[in-house]
Design a protein around this ligand. Structure first.
Ligand code: GLA
Length: 391
C-alpha cells in the first residue's frame, strides 16, 4: 500500500484514542499542477497529477449523536453536530472535514455520528493541495460508511464548496479532480468544461521535483478571488465584442485577445491573456507528449511561468529565482509555479536519471544566489483517492 507507515501510525493512534478499530479507512493524495494555471475556473484545460504523498482518514459510527474528528499529527479533537455545522475559528483544519460532511449531508442525510481521525504526509505550505487531499479522503470515507453513492465530479464539487463556504477560497475543481483521478505514472488531463478526464503517460524517462523557497507573502489574501474576478470581467467583455458565444475565457483565442484587448482595462487584459495562453499551451503540450517531445513540453512550462510572472502577476521573487536557477541545471526540461501562486512552490520537470543531482544543484544554487533555503521534494505521479480498508 502507498505510504503504509502513515497508515499504520493512523490505525494505532485511532485505536488508542477511540478504544476501537475503524470500520473504514480511505486515502487521498495531494496534487501537482503541471501545465494550465488558473484555467480550471475559466472552463479550460489542465495537466496535473496526483502525487506520492497523501492523507488517510479512519472512521467508524458512534452512538454519541455528534461527529468527532481528530487531526492525527496534533492529536486535537473537534466535535461538530450532525447537521447545521458552521465553520470553526480555532483548529481551522477541521473546516475542510466539516464542510465536506455538510456537502455530503445534502446528498444523503447521515443519521448517526462518527468518530474519525486523519493523518497524512503531504508537505504543508508547498502548494500541493493538502486541503483537497483532506476533503477527498473525508468524502471517500463518509460515502463508504453511510453508503452514499456519488461520482468523482460530485465529490470534487463537494470539496470545492467546502473550500468556498468553510475556508473562504473561491477555487476551481482542479485540486479535487486531480486527487480523485490520479493514476500511477500518469498525468491527468482535464477539460474543465466537459469535466472529462484523460490520463497521459509521460514514460519513465522524466519525473518531477517540487521546490519550495518558503516565500512569505503578506497581504495576499483575496488575490485569488481578484484574479478570478478579472477573468470573469474579461470574459463578459469578449462575449460582447466577439461574433461567437463566449461563456468563459476558454472560448477566446490568443489571436482574438490580441485583436480586441485594447477595449479592456490594461491590467484586466493582461490577466485574461494568462489563462487564454495557458489553454493553448496545454493543447499544444498534449500534441507534443503524443509525439514523445518531452523537451518541447518542458519549454511550455517555462513559457507558463513567464506568463504568470508578467501577465497574471501571481508569481513572486522567490519563485522567479527558483525557475531561473532550475533553467541552468543539467537535466531540467521545464519549471513553473504550480497552483494558485503568490508563494507556494515551483514544479520542475526533470530527466529521471538527473533528478537527484538536479535537486541538489537547485537547492545549492538557490542558496548561493539568495542566501536562503529552498526545500526540494521528489514527486512521482501516483494513484488517486480510494478506500483502503473496510471491516
Ligand atoms: C489553486 C486552486 C485551483 C486552481 C489553481 C490554479 O490550486 O485551488 O482550483 O485554480 O489554484 O490553477
Amino acid at each position: 500500500m502507498i505510504n503504509e507507515p502513515v497508515y499504520n501510525e493512523l490505525i494505532e493512534k485511532y485505536k488508542a484514542h477511540y478504544g476501537k478499530a475503524p470500520e473504514v479507512v480511505s486515502y487521498a493524495p495531494g496534487r501537482i499542477e503541471v501545465l494550465g494555471n488558473h484555467t480550471d475556473y475559466n472552463e479550460g484545460y489542465v495537466f496535473s497529477a496526483a502525487i506520492n504523498y497523501g492523507t488517510f482518514f479512519a472512521i467508524s459510527r458512534n452512538d454519541a449523536g455528534v461527529n468527532r474528528i481528530v487531526a492525527g499529527d496534533l492529536m486535537h479533537e473537534v466535535t461538530f453536530p450532525l447537521t447545521g455545522a458552521t465553520p470553526v475559528k480555532e483548529d481551522t483544519w477541521a473546516n475542510y472535514v466539516i464542510g465536506t460532511v455538510a456537502g455530503l449531508n445534502q446528498i444523503k442525510q447521515q443519521n448517526t455520528g462518527f468518530d474519525a481521525m486523519f493523518l497524512g504526509n503531504v508537505p504543508m505550505g508547498f502548494g500541493l493541495s493538502s486541503s483537497a487531499a483532506l476533503e477527498m479522503c473525508t468524502a471517500k470515507a463518509v460515502c463508504q460508511l453511510y453508503t452514499i453513492t456519488a461520482d468523482n465530479v460530485t465529490l470534487a464539487k463537494v470539496g470545492q464548496a467546502a473550500e468556498r463556504d468553510y475556508a473562504g477560497c473561491p477555487c476551481g475543481l482542479l485540486d479535487q479532480i486531480s486527487s480523485l483521478c490520479g493514476v500511477e505514472g500518469m498525468l491527468v488531463k482535464t477539460d474543465f468544461r466537459s469535466l472529462d478526464v484523460e490520463t497521459v503517460d509521460m514514460g519513465p524517462s522524466v519525473c518531477f521535483l517540487m521546490c519550495n523557497p518558503h516565500a512569505k507573502h503578506a497581504l495576499v489574501d483575496g488575490q485569488y478571488a481578484t484574479r478570478r474576478q478579472a477573468c470573469e470581467d474579461a470574459a463578459a467583455y469578449f462575449a460582447k465584442v466577439l461574433p461567437h458565444p463566449v461563456a468563459a475565457l476558454r472560448d477566446v483565442t490568443m489571436a482574438e485577445w490580441e485583436a480586441n484587448k485594447d477595449g479592456l482595462d490594461p491590467i484586466v487584459a493582461n490577466r485574461a491573456a494568462h489563462p487564454i495562453g495557458e489553454d493553448e499551451r496545454v493543447l499544444l503540450g498534449a500534441q507534443l507528449l503524443e509525439k514523445g517531445d518531452l523537451e518541447g513540453f518542458g519549454k511550455l512550462l517555462f513559457d507558463s511561468h513567464e506568463s504568470s510572472r508578467t501577465m497574471f502577476e501571481n508569481s513572486c521573487e522567490e519563485l522567479d529565482n527558483v525557475v531561473a536557477v532550475a533553467k541552468t541545471v543539467p537535466g531540467v526540461l521545464g519549471a513553473r509555479l504550480s497552483g494558485g501562486g503568490f508563494g507556494g512552490s515551483a514544479v520542475v520537470l526533470v530527466k529521471t536519471e538527473a533528478a537527484e543531482s538536479a535537486a541538489k544543484a537547485i537547492a545549492e544554487q538557490y542558496k548561493a544566489k539568495t542566501n536562503k533555503d529552498c526545500e526540494v521534494s521528489m514527486i512521482q505521479p501516483s494513484i488517486g483517492a480510494s478506500i483502503v480498508y473496510t471491516a
